[in-house]
Design a protein around this ligand. Structure first.
Ligand code: FCB
Length: 444
């Protein structure tokens, strides 16, 4: 058993496209995920977020679900295309009003909103101009942030500029697995998209601070600690490359003001163009770092992989439905490492959770022991890191309820509540019952 400090933040996390539905309502514009999921072959079983959890209409009921879990915080994202249907220009007041009501509803019951400004659902109109590959998107993002933080900044005091830049740039612009579904033989598009997103981040942080007095501002990265498959020097080198590709490329600019030199050399000639002053702009002090942790990577050297010459091995162990190894110790080592190498002022786990094949039993319940065990072991790993001095301030479970899991559609269930997509009924899982108690007592 582990005990968390008094005042620890306990929450759940979601993202707009994964739960809201109502894609044509109140003037919302088309996003790249509408387009991508409507294209056959992109998403499991042709699933789309057109209805998803119908949260746009059921948000009051969903706040009740959060209250039932005893959480004191909620992380959600804003659909850019509800605020600016074509990405810029005329504000859609109805879109702003939706989030404003949601924020008021949360605050009324003592749940602190943590807002992710960009969780991947770019307005399609901006994609038609090349999305994150176009430098001008930096100004569009800042204008969007300015409008959003002017409207909500009096009540929202926790802002996350981006969710997982690695994922949307690599999966979206090189591997073709996520929207906009671009494929590339070389890393250039991911590196350019990342550089623009980071410039957008660095440019937006002062704007947020200006519009939202005393706000805490951060960014969320998906970090994966990597272990070598063997003690061979080639595997050790491969592990360092993987770490550079996945973790350091994203951490170093934020906390050290430069991209890692070994990776810049490796990516030659595809490293992004950096103009004078840009790295300083990216290297803006942050109030916190959000970390999404799901698993670790075990890495071997592999000449077949043209880019970074690594292969991910699958060691013996327990795996989730996503094919991700259950490895709580990785969370502990990751937190310790980020603290000692980068010392962010504060850290939040902005996502952690697991997909398992949940079954509704005849008693109408979900007895998801494996998810409960997953959460408990990860909470305890986090508590150990706190005991060792890591400034971990909060923990958001992914996710409040089952939802649209991107390219996996509705086939993967991460929720503390089960969602019956035909009736939209939400059913508390046993893991939710477990979490309810942790959030209340601070004990695992
Ligand atoms: C993360 C995403 C989140 C969710 C989880 C399972 O990469 O940020 O939206 O899909 O994975």
């Amino acid at each position: 058993m582990a005990t968390f400090p008094q005042g620890f933040t306990w929450g759940t996390a979601t993202a707009s496209y994964q739960i809201e539905g109502a894609v044509k309502e109140d003037g919302r514009g088309v996003s790249i995920w509408d387009t991508f999921s409507a294209t056959p072959g992109n998403v499991y079983n042709g699933n789309t977020g057109e209805i998803a959890c119908d949260h746009y209409h059921r948000w009051r009921e969903d706040i009740d679900l959060m209250r039932q879990l005893n959480t004191n915080a909620y992380r959600f994202s804003i659909a850019w295309s509800r605020i600016f249907p074509t990405g810029r220009g005329q504000v859609n007041q109805k879109g702003l009003d939706f989030y404003s009501r949601l924020v008021d509803g949360l605050l009324a019951v003592g749940i602190t909103p943590y807002v992710t400004i960009y969780h991947w659902d770019l307005p399609q109109a901006l994609q038609d101009e090349d999305g994150w590959l176009r430098r001008g998107i930096i100004d569009d993002y800042v204008a969007y942030v300015d409008t959003l933080t002017r409207a909500l900044g009096d009540r929202v005091k926790h802002w996350i500029t981006f969710n997982e830049p690695w994922v949307f740039t690599w999966l979206g612009y090189v591997m073709g697995i996520h929207a906009p579904g671009y494929k590339s033989e070389n890393p250039a598009p991911a590196l350019i998209a990342t550089h623009h997103a980071y410039l957008a981040h660095g440019s937006a942080v002062p704007v947020i601070r200006q519009n939202s007095a005393d706000a805490q501002v951060g960014i969320t990265l998906n970090l994966t600690p990597s272990d070598p498959a063997s003690a061979k020097p080639t595997d050790l080198d491969a592990t360092a490359r993987f770490d550079g590709f996945f973790n350091r490329w994203y951490l170093d600019p934020l906390f050290r003001g430069h991209y890692p030199a070994d990776m810049v050399a490796l990516y030659e000639p595809y490293a992004p163009e950096i103009r004078p002053g840009e790295m300083q702009r990216i290297h803006v002090p942050l109030d916190f770092l959000g970390i999404n942790y799901y698993t670790r990577a075990v890495i071997a050297d592999d000449a077949q992989n043209a880019l970074i010459r690594t292969r991910q091995e699958k060691p013996e162990g327990e795996y989730t439905e996503m094919g991700w190894e259950v490895y709580p110790d990785g969370l502990y080592t990751l937190l310790k490492r980020v603290h000692s190498d980068y010392s962010p002022r504060a850290i939040y786990i902005t996502e952690n959770g697991a997909a398992f094949a949940d079954q509704l039993t005849p008693d109408g319940q979900i007895h998801d022991e494996r998810r409960t065990a997953y959460l408990k072991s990860h909470f305890e790993a986090a508590a150990r890191a706190i005991d060792d001095g890591v400034p971990l301030k909060g923990y958001f479970v992914w996710s409040l309820m089952d939802n649209f899991e991107w390219a996996e559609g509705f086939s993967k269930r991460f929720g503390l509540y089960y969602v019956d997509y035909t009736t939209q009924k939400r059913i508390l899982k046993d893991s939710g019952r477990y979490f309810m108690n942790v959030a209340k007592t601070g004990q695992t």
